[in-house]
Structures are given as structure tokens and as C-alpha cells.
Design a protein around this ligand. Structure first.
Ligand code: DSN
Length: 421
């Protein structure tokens, strides 16, 4: 008979698999030495990171606080309830579901709550700033529902609310989605509410990008305006990677059932705990100041780049991001990403309104300031970054110049270190 063997190591070690550790170390160096201008990325706190790495990951907890399908959930219940309470305090809501693994899961849960297969959705066109989960033909949303889209006004490149109203009246959607992943202007949720009421539709506000700005008062709130608000916790909210759904408590049963067992199984309790940590951080005055600085930096960088002769979609920004149209520079988004990456400036290619190019090529790039603002950079540094971006794009065929720019990028990033401890 084989004798049972006790585990030798009962302590939690901070050390990890050498091969994995080596790769994480390289990624840490990359994050430290490059300028991260991807609008949806950020540097979360060490407290959030440590919580994500906790033993809470060991627990299965299908269900909700006080009603679980597994035993041993008494502490898990406390954690989830704490995250819910903090989410409600932060968003000013009376119901939140903190279990969605992502913004997409949160959106799917809302669809499952109020729509049947084939029902109509009116959402923002992907090319104009919308999101894949708002009805892209390859996404579940586009395969199971009848999608109609609104575009931005071709002149102003901003949402044309009268046109949204016209489309809503013509298509009679059951759900209207207000929210975007590459739109640089304020979204008027009240106007969307009026339109939804006129046609008897539900309103979903997808605040994945702007949640941090919204909870600090730097973007009008969708709470108590939209029927459902979804958000991610890792972008401007600066928490762990994940999502949540917020609604009036009359929808609690419906949303809870749609998240679990509707679109998910067991919740990730280590992530929910880290969400609780991030919500507490976001309730602090310093976070309000952080949100203010994100926008100040975004406007400063945008203006600088505009003055360098680049066309900015819609002419400017009200939030954490903006889009550059490269058409007149005879440059594609794909090429710009390559050039900027080569000097350590990390951005993403992006389709722009009425883009004639394919989404893998694109006519534009998207730039965002949440991560560099977390590093402590301000307007002065935004002017330096603007100069580096402009110079790299204008000298994209000059390797000597690109090398010089690369050194400046590394120095600037090094002056604002992250994760020093
Ligand atoms: N991938 C996210 C973004 O970059 O905006 C959206 O899901």
C-alpha cells in the first residue's frame, strides 16, 4: 500500500516557479521602461495585486452571499458583501453585482436579463467608437440579437442625438446601448434616457472606459438614469481586471440569475476581494484628484499633438482618450503602432469614424492617459510625450533619430517609476 504523504511546505511562499518569474520580471521591466498610452490600461496598486494573489482563489462559491451551493462560504460571503457595499457607496447605487469576470460578461448578463433571441438592440457603430460586445457580427451579441447601429455626425464626429432618436423610432429596439470604447466626448445619458422612454426601450450605459471618471464626478453619471450600468474595474477605475453590473434593486433577482448561472459559473473571489480594495481606493479624495489629472493630461497631450499638425477626431477630448486620424500623413494605424512601439511608446491602432481601412490596418490610433497619470506625470510631461510621438511619426524612416527618441522615452518613463518596492 502506498503511504500517504503530507505536503512538505505548509507556508505560503512569495517565490514562484523560476521560469514564470523570469517572464514576469521581463514584463515588469517593459512596463517600467515604456510609455503606456493604451487608453484601457493602468497600473493597479500593490494592495490590489497582493489581494488578487491571495488564497481566496481556492474557494468555490457559486451563488450569492447567504445563498451558496457549497459549504465553507462564511468568509467569502463577508468579502463579497463588502465589495457590494463599497460598489454601491462608490456609484451611489442600491444594487450591484460584482461577479462579472469582465465588461463583456457584464453586458451579456444584461442582455440575458431583458432580451430574447432575435430582439432588437440599437448601439453605437464599432467604427464610430462602439464595442465588440454591442453587436459585432462575430460576437454573441451580434449572432443572437438583431443589431441596428447609430453613427456619429460626419461633420462634428460626435453623437447626433436627433439621429439616434430617428433610428430608435424607425427600428423600435428593446434595448438601447449608450457607451463606447473609443469615443472622446461626454455622453449625455439623459438624452439617451428620453429617447429610450419615447420608444419603450431599456437603456444600458456601458461605462467600461469612463467608470473612474464617472464615480469622481468628471463624467455625468448614468446611475438612476439608465436601467442598467455596466463597468470594468481595471481601466480608469484602476482596480483588478473584471466587471460589474449596477441597477436599481428591482432588477436584483433578474441580474443575479443572469450572471450566475446565466453566463458564469463560480465567482473569482480573489478578484472580488481586489475589487473591494480598489473601490475603497476610489472613494478617497486622492482618487478624485487622479481623475481630474487624467483629463487635464489627456487635453494637454491632445492639444500638443494637434498643434503639431495631426488631425484629432472630433477636434479634441473631454475624457481620458483621443483619436488621431493619420490619413493626411499617408500613414496607417498599423504602421504608426510599429514606429511608436520601436521607440517604446505603446498605443493601439483604432478605426475612426467612416474609416475606409480594415480594422487590422486602420486610419487612426487611440491614445489615453490613465497609466501615465498614475505614474505621476503632469502637463509638462504630456508636452514631452507629444513631442516624442510627433517626432517619431515624422521621422519614421530615420533610424538614428528613432534611436535617440527611444532613449528619451526610456529616461522619461524611468523618471516616474512604478512598483519601486
Ligand atoms: N479592449 C478594451 C479597450 O481597449 O478598449 C475594450 O474591451
Amino acid at each position: 500500500m502506498v503511504k500517504s504523504k503530507k505536503h512538505e511546505n505548509h507556508t505560503l511562499s512569495t517565490d514562484i516557479d523560476a521560469e514564470v518569474k523570469e517572464i514576469i520580471k521581463k514584463e515588469l521591466e517593459r512596463q517600467k521602461n515604456q510609455l503606456i498610452l493604451i487608453a484601457s490600461e493602468n497600473f493597479t496598486s500593490q494592495e490590489v495585486i497582493r489581494t488578487m494573489g491571495s488564497i481566496l482563489t481556492n474557494k468555490y462559491a457559486e451563488g450569492y452571499p447567504g445563498f451558496r451551493y457549497y459549504a465553507g462560504c462564511e468568509h467569502i460571503d463577508e468579502i463579497e458583501q463588502l465589495a457590494i457595499n463599497r460598489a454601491n457607496q462608490l456609484f451611489g447605487s442600491n444594487y450591484s453585482n460584482v461577479q462579472p469576470h469582465s465588461g463583456v460578461s457584464a453586458n451579456l448578463a444584461v442582455y440575458l436579463s431583458v432580451l430574447n433571441c432575435g430582439d432588437r438592440i440599437l448601439s453605437m457603430n464599432l467604427r464610430d467608437g462602439g464595442h465588440l460586445s454591442h453587436g459585432h457580427k462575430q460576437n454573441l451579441s451580434g449572432r443572437y440579437y438583431e443589431i441596428h447601429t447609430y453613427t456619429v455626425d460626419p461633420e462634428t464626429e460626435m453623437i447626433d442625438y436627433e439621429n439616434v432618436r430617428k433610428l430608435a423610432k424607425a427600428t423600435r429596439p428593446k434595448l438601447i446601448i449608450a457607451g463606447a470604447s473609443s469615443y472622446s466626448r461626454l455622453i449625455d445619458f439623459n438624452k439617451f434616457r428620453d429617447i429610450a422612454d419615447e420608444v419603450g426601450a431599456y437603456l444600458l450605459a456601458d461605462t467600461a472606459h469612463i467608470a473612474g471618471l464617472m464615480v469622481t464626478g468628471y463624467h455625468p453619471s448614468s446611475i438612476n438614469v439608465a436601467d442598467f450600468t455596466t463597468a470594468t474595474t481595471h481601466k480608469t477605475l484602476r482596480g483588478p481586471r473584471g466587471g460589474l453590473v449596477i441597477a436599481d434593486k428591482k432588477y436584483a433577482g433578474l441580474i443575479d440569475r443572469s450572471v450566475f448561472p446565466g453566463v458564469q459559473g463560480g465567482p473569482m473571489m480573489h478578484i472580488i476581494a481586489a475589487k473591494a480594495v480598489a473601490f475603497r481606493e476610489a472613494l478617497k479624495d486622492s482618487f478624485k484628484d487622479y481623475s481630474r489629472r487624467i483629463i487635464e493630461n489627456s487635453k494637454a497631450l491632445c492639444e500638443y499633438i494637434k498643434n503639431e499638425g495631426f488631425r484629432i477626431v472630433s477636434g479634441g477630448t473631454d475624457n481620458h482618450l483621443f483619436l488621431i486620424d493619420l490619413t493626411s500623413k499617408e500613414l496607417t494605424g498599423y504602421e504608426a503602432v510599429g514606429t511608436l512601439s520601436s521607440v517604446g511608446i505603446i498605443i493601439n491602432k483604432n478605426v475612426i469614424p467612416f474609416d475606409k481601412l480594415d480594422p487590422i490596418i486602420t486610419s487612426g490610433i487611440r491614445i489615453g492617459t490613465p497609466a501615465v497619470t498614475t505614474q505621476g506625470m503632469g502637463v509638462e510631461e504630456m508636452y514631452k510625450i507629444g513631442e516624442l510621438i510627433s517626432s517619431a511619426l515624422k521621422n519614421r524612416k530615420n533610424n538614428t533619430k528613432l534611436k535617440e527618441i527611444g532613449k528619451k522615452v526610456k529616461n522619461l518613463a524611468g523618471d516616474f517609476p512604478v512598483y519601486t518596492r
